[in-house]
Design a protein around this ligand. Structure first.
Ligand code: FES
Length: 131
């Protein structure tokens, strides 16, 4: 199963020209290495120019094959790496990726901008072809 974390590299700190997305990616990759086997899936961590959450910088998305997609806003590379790693651990164990806000760590309970179910139509077509 493929797991990915996508970070907006265009988000700016409010009121400044600073774009902290690359710093966030760097810190997240290092923290993922440190977390090691405590996270049972490998996450590819990459950047993207914009995820349409520009009023809530930085934005970070979690994706997984056959899993719900999440978009979080208001993420700060200085303070929120532990919550992002903790959510990666939970997300890796969730069969369909679905969880309620109380199951998300720390700040992520309140900064979820979107939770999108897995694309069932595509999955159903794929399963029909396989049978
Ligand atoms: S600039 Fe980051 S979501 Fe648009």
């Amino acid at each position: 199963m493929d797991h990915r974390i996508t970070v907006c590299t265009s988000c700016k700190h409010k009121g400044s020209a600073c774009q902290p997305g690359y710093e966030l990616i760097d810190r997240l990759r290092k923290a993922m290495v440190t977390a090691g086997d405590s996270i049972p899936e490998t996450f590819e961590i990459s950047g993207v120019a914009c995820m349409a959450g520009c009023d809530r910088p930085c934005t970070v998305a979690y994706h997984g094959t056959r899993k719900a997609t999440y978009l979080f806003g208001d993420i700060d590379p200085e303070t929120d790496i532990d919550d992002l790693i903790s959510f990666a651990r939970s997300y890796a164990y969730l069969q369909d990726g679905w969880c309620s806000s109380v199951d998300r760590p720390g700040k992520l309970r309140k900064t979820t901008l979107a939770r999108v179910p897995a694309a069932m139509m595509v999955l159903e077509e794929t399963e029909e072809l396989a049978s």
